[in-house]
Design a protein around this ligand. Structure first.
Ligand code: PEP
Ligand code: MN
Length: 343
């Protein structure tokens, strides 16, 4: 962190600031130019509040030289991290597809979809048991009964399960029963929940908040990682913009941006990202071409009767077509990557 002082700062104020910073264990390195004076701060600056530094009357501006996300960032972890769930890998060149209904509705529904997506090549089964609905009158999910149905589907298909946690009260149950714990867009900044799920050791699928920046997403990942046990998969799922033609605006540039800034795997959700089943196919391909490490896709055997998000759910038949096309696209991308390496 670098502090740029005002021209002709009050020496007493500079001394007061320097003492305050040294008392916090930081070492200071001053550089005096002809017109400008700067102070470099060395040490653990993560807890230094730039806004608060501006309160010293001698400070002109404060510049950060390091990202505030040390665990999620690439600077200290140059290699891609790979999340491995019983041999199914995401990240570092491993591509995974998570598919299933928005919400678990019945045993017949979840088993039928789980079988279909497995046959098409999905590596994980998704399904909401606890649903974060805008209206309290909308279907809220089957709760723990839904989780039991997901466990039956896992038992029958062998697909690991991905499901959303809504509150801290269920952390223990999720730690025991769920293979990848999803923290949804609406809870991306539920900091107490992030800390708690980070202690489970289960991989956390962290979805970008509706109106959150990439830096805020990485800081949310930092919360999970700072608890020391869990790994994180980041998910771009669309953000709020002025556009109303789609449910959200799928920010595909977030994929390479996140991959540049972070070593964590990045997957894309074209279902919530667009809100329309017929846009899922092209945006899934686009996300893959942009370098995503995987996809999460809503699939329903009867989208018109779905209790949640039917309009953005693809049928098992369309999902199967998509998986075949994704396979071909990935082959082309891998060939291109090989050629780049050999040039
Ligand atoms: C979901 O995956 O079903 C969901 C609610 O997603 P999001 O948190 O991205 O809205
Ligand atoms: Mn949904």
């Amino acid at each position: 962190m670098i502090i740029v002082l005002k021209t002709e700062p009050d020496p007493a104020e500079v001394a007061r600031m320097e003492q305050d910073l040294e008392r916090r264990g930081l070492s200071l390195h001053a550089i005096k130019g002809q017109n400008t004076q700067v102070i470099g701060l060395v040490g653990d600056t993560a807890s230094v509040d730039e806004e608060a530094l501006q309160m010293y009357s001698c400070v002109d501006k404060v510049l950060k030289v390091q990202e505030p996300y040390k665990l999620a960032g690439r600077r200290f972890h140059p290699h891609d991290s790979i999340v491995d769930v019983a041999g199914r890998k995401v990240g570092g060149g491993h591509f995974a597809v998570i598919a299933g209904p928005c919400s678990v509705e019945s045993e017949e529904q979840v088993l039928s979809i789980a079988n279909d997506v497995k046959l098409s090549g999905a590596q994980f089964l998704r399904g909401g048991a606890f649903k974060p609905r805008t209206s309290p009158y909308a279907f809220q999910g089957l709760g723990l009964d839904g989780l039991e149905l997901l466990k039956i589907a896992r038992e029958k298909t062998g697909l690991p399960i991905v499901t959303e946690i809504m509150g801290q009260e269920f952390v223990e149950i999720f730690e025991r029963d769920v293979d990848i714990i999803q923290v949804g867009a609406r809870n991306m900044q539920n900091f107490l929940l992030l800390r708690e799920v980070g202690k489970t050791g289960r991989p956390i699928l962290l979805k970008r908040g509706l109106s959150n920046t990439i830096e805020e997403l990485l800081m949310a990942a930092e919360y999970v990682l700072s608890s020391g046990k869990s790994r994180v998969i980041l998910c771009e799922r669309g953000i709020r913009t002025f556009e109303t033609a789609t449910r959200n605006t799928l920010d595909l540039s977030a994929v390479p941006v996140l991959q540049k800034k972070s070593h964590l795997p990045v997957i894309v959700d074209p279902s919530h990202g667009t809100g329309h089943w017929d846009l899922v196919f092209p945006m899934a391909l686009a996300a893959t071409a942009a370098g995503a490490d995987g996809l999460i896709i809503e699939v329903h055997n009867r989208p018109e009767q779905a209790l949640c998000d039917g309009a953005q759910s693809v049928t098992p038949a369309l999902f199967d077509k998509l998986m075949k096309k994704l396979g071909r696209l990935r082959n082309v991308l891998n060939e291109e990557a090989q050629e780049e390496v050999s040039v």
